[in-house]
Design a binder for this molecule. Structure first.
Ligand SMILES: [Ca+2]
Ligand SMILES: [Ca+2]
Length: 275
């Protein structure tokens, strides 16, 4: 952190101008405050010249019990497309031994469906990122994911056909249109809207041979999407969600049995780019 801070101050001294990115990167007091709620969070660090620069907005390795902690500056909620809240969601942070291997530290986040349940998507929704969308050009979102016996086509309860997968959706309409505000019915309608959210797909792997508990380093796929900020300048800020789609889960919904469908993520990094 000290080294980062020194580099950052040096960058300011040399170049004088830097894109505004996460305020926590520029204010020591706020950084300390933010860290309390996210003990595994490396404080974001931004630097830039007058013409180019990058800024790590946040990273998440899911080294905690709750997916969305109250003080976390990154996530606002994890929700299923029916509008159900976190208590009913098939998403949990598990330890490495339950996966077999995780790519970053000791835990990762597992999503799954439910045998006999209708087919849903699960959304992990970011807070409004502290990126100046007028000044930066792109956002890059990277993560590692573990596919477990996924299939190429499923039909969601909303009628849409999608592959079992993980992707990034970015809100390009109003908060209300994207289901970020409003009454319960507006939130449910907005959060699943294909019109209000743009979808950005990662490379898809189906992991037909993978099984929970037997994952190795090779089972995890590193992927990234790059998003042009031009389209979000009018909205004025950047909110994204990680969306996973699948129908089944543990066989017989018994967590001691193997999985028919599962998808884990780890080491998610969001970077703003000025090029
Ligand atoms: Ca991890
Ligand atoms: Ca399936």
């Amino acid at each position: 952190m000290l080294r980062n801070r020194s580099l950052y101050l040096l960058a300011i001294a040399l170049f004088g101008v830097q894109p505004r990115c996460s305020q926590v990167a520029f204010n020591q007091d706020q950084a300390s405050e933010t860290k309390q709620g996210t003990p595994t969070q490396e404080v974001p660090f931004c630097f830039a010249t007058q013409t180019v620069g990058t800024c790590k907005v946040f990273e998440d390795s899911f080294e905690r019990d709750l997916i969305v902690e109250q003080e976390d500056f990154r996530w606002q909620k994890v929700i299923v497309d029916s509008g159900q809240n976190v208590r009913n969601i098939d998403a949990n942070i598990l330890w490495a031994e339950e996966f077999g291997y995780v790519p970053d530290q000791e835990r990762a986040l597992l999503f799954h469906g439910r045998e006999g349940g209708s087919t849903h998507e699960i959304f992990l929704v970011s807070k409004e990122l502290d990126i100046d969308v007028q000044q930066f050009d792109k956002v890059e979102i990277r993560l590692s994911y573990l596919p477990i016996k996924l299939e190429q086509k499923i039909t969601l309860s909303s009628g849409y056909k999608v592959p079992e997968s993980v992707r990034v959706d970015v809100c390009h309409e109003s908060d209300l249109d994207c289901g970020l505000t409003g009454n319960d019915s507006q939130k449910t309608q907005g959060i699943r809207s294909r019109e209000s959210w743009d979808d950005y797909w990662f490379d898809l792997h189906y992991g037909l041979d993978n099984q929970l508990g037997l994952a190795t380093a090779e089972s995890w796929i590193d992927v990234k999407v790059t998003i042009d900020l031009d389209r979000y300048r009018q909205r004025g800020n950047f909110v994204f969600k990680i969306t996973v789609s699948m129908d089944e889960g543990y066989i017989g919904n018994d967590h001691s049995k193997p999985m028919e469908d599962g998808l884990a993520i780890d080491h998610l990094v969001v970077t703003a780019i000025k090029d």
